[in-house]
Design a protein. Structure first.
Length: 219
């Protein structure tokens, strides 16, 4: 019985570790670089990373600010006209996969309000905003020479509103409820690299706007 137990234990240990355990190039003794030589070669071929600063200028559409316009009893809102939001962002990329920065946007929406009974315009409203958001970006791994650089953006911050509502005679209305001051944006997009320091970006998301695009420059 002792001989059988010893033989079984010896066979199990041999199956787990093999004859090359502890020696480079065999079994569990290999380092990660030895087990994944292709990944190591790809990392070695990439140039050394240096932090960069990127300035981007873009335009978002459509603006979700229209959802913050006031509602009035007995009136319905007509067609909304909008400008922007125009965006500008300054980001510091501190690693190959991450960047942090500030995105600022400015936009304006306006619309007439009509009386349900007469169908005539009763109120005209205009709402403009300045928005500042902390901008976080995560870049997906691609070769350094790739034309497309996909990323995920998340941003959160504050809206500063300026609203103006006047009646049919041009008199400014009294108290109107303030819009929501919380601003946010979540999106996924890609940079299309034209040169080492210039790229076009396109993005789809949710928050201040649904579509976003523009130019980005590495400073």
């Amino acid at each position: 019985m002792m001989c059988l137990v010893s033989a079984f234990a010896l066979g199990d240990a041999s199956a787990q570790f093999g004859p090359g355990y502890g020696r480079p190039g065999y079994g569990y003794g290999r380092t990660p670089a030895q087990r994944y030589p292709q990944r190591r070669r790809q990392q070695d071929n990439q140039p050394a990373f240096r932090p960069t600063v990127q300035l981007s200028i873009g335009y978002g559409y459509p603006s979700s600010d229209k959802e913050q316009m006031a509602q009035f009893r007995g009136l319905y809102r007509g067609t909304v006209a909008q400008t922007g939001p125009v965006t500008g962002a300054l980001d510091v990329q501190f690693s190959r996969s991450s960047a942090i920065g500030l995105i600022v946007s400015h936009g304006e929406v306006s619309a007439p309000y009509y009386d349900y009974n007469s169908g005539s315009p009763a109120v005209y409203g205009r709402l403009s905003s300045w928005t500042a958001m902390l901008n976080l970006m995560h870049y997906m791994p691609v070769p350094a020479s790739a034309v497309f650089s996909p990323y995920v953006r998340t941003a959160i911050g504050l809206n500063i509103w300026n609203q103006n509502y006047t009646d049919a005679t041009g008199n400014k209305l009294g108290y109107v409820e303030e819009p929501n001051q919380l601003a946010y944006q979540v999106g996924i997009g890609t940079n299309i690299n034209f040169s080492r320091n210039t790229s076009l970006f396109v993005e789809a998301g949710y928050g201040k706007f649904l579509l976003h695009g523009g130019l980005a420059f590495k400073l």
